[in-house]
Ligand binder design. Structure first.
Ligand SMILES: C[S@@+](CC[C@H](N)C(=O)[O-])C[C@H]1O[C@@H](n2cnc3c(N)ncnc32)[C@H](O)[C@@H]1O
Length: 285
């Protein structure tokens, strides 16, 4: 089998791939990630029936146009880490539901609401946002509401569109909300399918932070647990772009292990109901 005859990834090859991945996506791989990268790239080598990592590197270099775009998407798809689950960092959603949403309902006169789940992975984050929103929908009667869910990995977007979840992914969904917003899959009762009333709010789409155009006029950005994969320069670039497209009364949520300290002064830290939230620095807006 080809699988067994793939040669090991050398440090020199690792460095070539990590430079390329970094240039395409901002994802920075330390030398300690050699085994991880080798395991992930193996999938592409197997599909293309290649025996050496250097063959795959040369193959990537030789591509052009649409086939280049497609293969680079597949490369970043296998390389990205997509760990996520419903109600991850629950306090964020308490702050979002009980402070941000009522505040926006009061302040936004144009009656539009745009929430961006930036790096949404398999969809648990945007659907959690949709659940919180539907629980407060009485505040937004007649509003034009959209949850934009984007990621660099096409396969996770397909997963999200399908909206079928089980096990650890849904462990933190309170029972009453599970009953209200999911239906059990026929013939597979362990699997829960997101109801259409949630799905209709969420629009999934491909977006690479460093190559694609951003959506505009956003009220709330969730960009959690992705900046950790970027080097400081890319973190700065990303936050600077966010500051251009967020509305003045907006909110930004980042992961618990992430910080804007010495990254950006375009946002200021605000503690909202025990949760760290960032708001635009109006002196710079
Ligand atoms: C660990 S998941 C985070 C999912 C979710 N936000 C959460 O906190 O649970 C990180 C996601 O970032 C995406 N990602 C990595 N680099 C990206 C880039 N340059 N542009 C857009 N998304 C990216 C990955 O594909 C992955 O799905």
């Amino acid at each position: 089998m080809i699988e067994h005859s793939i040669k090991r990834l050398t440090m020199e090859e690792f460095k070539k791939f990590s430079r390329l991945i970094h240039a395409e996506s901002g994802i920075y791989l330390k030398d300690t990630k050699l085994t991880l990268l080798s395991n992930r790239l193996r999938k592409r080598l197997q599909s293309l029936q290649l025996k050496e990592f250097s063959d795959y590197y040369d193959y990537l270099q030789g591509l052009e146009g649409e086939s280049k775009k497609k293969e680079y998407e597949k490369l970043l798809d296998v390389v990205s880490t997509n760990e996520t689950y419903f109600f991850r960092n629950e306090r964020h959603f308490e702050a979002f539901s009980n402070y941000c949403l009522p505040d926006l309902a009061k302040k936004k006169k144009d009656r539009t609401l745009r929430i961006w789940s930036a790096a949404c992975s398999t969809g648990e984050e945007p659907y959690t946002i949709a659940i919180c929103l539907l629980e407060k929908i009485h505040l937004f009667q007649g509003w034009d509401i959209k949850i934009i869910a984007t990621d660099i990995a096409p396969s996770v977007l397909d997963f999200g569109r399908l909206g079928e979840y089980s096990g650890r992914r849904i462990e933190k969904v309170p029972q009453d909300l599970l009953k209200k917003y999911f239906i059990r899959k026929k013939n597979d009762p362990e699997v829960f399918i997101v109801r259409d009333e949630l799905k209709k709010f969420v629009e999934f789409g491909y977006l690479n932070f460093f190559k694609s155009e951003f959506p505009k006029d956003i009220d709330v950005i969730f960009c959690r647990n992705v900046m950790i994969y970027f080097d400081r320069d890319h973190q700065k670039r990303l936050i600077s772009e966010f500051s251009k497209i967020i509305n003045k009364d907006g909110f930004l949520f980042i992961g618990h292990s992430e910080t804007l300290h010495s990254i950006s002064e375009d946002f200021v830290y605000k503690k909202v109901l025990e949760s760290p939230v960032y708001v635009p620095n109006l002196e710079r807006k």
